[in-house]
Design a protein around this ligand. Structure first.
Ligand SMILES: CC(C)(COP(=O)(O)OP(=O)(O)OC[C@H]1O[C@@H](n2cnc3c(N)ncnc32)[C@H](O)[C@@H]1OP(=O)(O)O)[C@@H](O)C(=O)NCCC(=O)NCCS
Length: 198
């Protein structure tokens, strides 16, 4: 069957769940998100802390990202919305190894409002509760304490340091590696539920 562009997008949207948190909605990226995605992702601080975001980042880059989103086996890519405004993106895929690799970015105007943590927790919960993964992995440049903190708040544990290639830098840089096993995810959820009940 040959899918037209819009039916392919609709099909992928139907396969990607909509995740709702207290303040955020996470759903598959749509063509109409391209302008907002391009405006937020065209930021050197975002590009230099993520694997594959180029800099500068144009409307065409956003369109390409949206067209390719959720087309690879095992990939779940979401845009993060706050009251219908795109604030960033989050997701996981299998491009870095056998276990899904979590990634996220938040546009600078929205930093330090706990959005990355809230979105990442929702995606982690989805990955473990709706899919059968034994563990998730993630990385943060050693110069990126905010991202390390997000991972810690999600229950990830430090797992070593590796060189990772950053597309926008055309170079490899040291990155802290983290892992969250299903067992530790359950324990973290339990601890957070107990704390919330106090
Ligand atoms: C890293 C990033 C996702 C954080 O997004 P955010 O929505 O601001 O994150 P949150 O508000 O959920 O949490 C940030 C945490 O880091 C802490 N933090 C922020 N800057 C920090 C710094 N310089 N040193 C130490 N901790 C810092 C915050 O205090 C907060 O922790 P707390 O809740 O314990 O106080 C965002 O800055 C970003 O997108 N950066 C560029 C792309 C990127 O780094 N992506 C991650 C790839 S690994």
């Amino acid at each position: 069957m040959i899918l037209t562009h819009s039916t392919a997008e609709t099909y992928r949207e139907e396969c990607t769940p909509v995740l709702e948190t207290e303040r955020l909605v996470l759903r598959a990226p749509r063509i109409e998100d391209a302008k907002a995605v391009a405006a937020l992702a065209n930021d050197r601080r975002v590009a230099e802390n993520t694997l594959r975001i180029p800099h500068p980042y144009t409307f065409a880059d956003a369109m390409q990202w949206i067209s390719a989103a959720n087309t690879r086996p095992g990939e779940r890519t979401f845009v993060i919305l706050r009251e219908d405004d795109v604030v960033g993106a989050c997701g996981f895929d299998l491009r870095e190894g056998p276990e899904p690799e979590l990634g996220y970015w938040i546009g600078a105007p929205y930093w330090s409002q706990d959005y990355a943590t809230e979105a990442a927790k929702a995606v982690v919960d989805y990955a473990f509760s709706a899919e059968s993964h034994a563990a998730l992995r993630a990385g943060a440049r050693v110069t990126n304490p905010a991202s390390r903190r997000v991972l810690e708040k999600c229950g990830f544990q430090w797992d070593g340091v590796e060189l990772i290639r950053i597309q926008s830098l055309k170079a490899s840089v040291p990155s802290d590696r983290f892992m969250l096993t299903r067992e530790n995810w359950l324990a973290t959820r339990q601890r957070q539920a107990e704390r919330a009940a106090r």
